[in-house]
Design a protein around this ligand. Sequence first.
Ligand SMILES: [Zn+2]
Length: 98
Amino acid sequence: MKLPNCSTCNYSFRWKELFFTFGSKKCPNCGVYQFITAQKRRQSVWVSPIAAAASAIFLQWAGLPFSITIPIVLTVVVLALLLNPFFLEFTEKEEPLF
Ligand SMILES: [Zn+2]
């Protein structure tokens, strides 16, 4: 897994700079705003809910009680957020979503 680079100056973003990045991010090196590509934005919208739903369904199927299911589902959602920076891809121009 690899963190994305600035599309203008090729600066390597750090993980903590990208945590909670869902729209655009100003490059700390060259100052140009970087936009997450439309494709990646569409994907990231689905990652957390699908991860949460899939783990909830699996845990219900495994017969675990709700008191165990909820913390595990929350952990999965947090993990998905923590891993989000690795799946970002930047472009200089804002692309329309559709
Ligand atoms: Zn840059």
